[in-house]
Design a binder for this molecule. Structure first.
Ligand SMILES: Cc1cc2nc3c(=O)[nH]c(=O)nc-3n(C[C@H](O)[C@H](O)[C@H](O)COP(=O)(O)O)c2cc1C
Length: 66
């Protein structure tokens, strides 16, 4: 099973928490930084991923997940 740590963290706070969670879990996590210029992500058939984004005004940034 592949493991992914997918985060959007412009100022680093969300990534810090995501990294702590991933380090407490088993498996080697592939890091995908949504702040970099990524157009599309392809995941395998058998995977586990942690997706983390900050909250702004009580909402998440929906354009990341279309
Ligand atoms: C304009 C603005 C609105 C925010 N609104 C919320 C909010 O509604 N709830 C919350 O828990 N944090 C809120 N925050 C705090 C951010 O989610 C927090 O600083 C987060 O760590 C930023 O993510 P990053 O460090 O990964 O970039 C807000 C921050 C800003 C600048």
């Amino acid at each position: 099973m592949e493991h992914y740590n997918i985060h959007f963290s412009p100022t680093g706070g969300t990534k810090k928490v995501a990294d702590i969670i991933c380090s407490a879990l088993e498996g080697d996590f592939n890091e995908i930084d949504l702040c970099s210029n990524i157009e599309q992500i392809s995941l395998g058939e058998d995977y586990m991923c942690l997706v983390s984004v900050p909250s702004y005004g009580g909402r998440k940034d929906n354009h990341l997940f279309l």
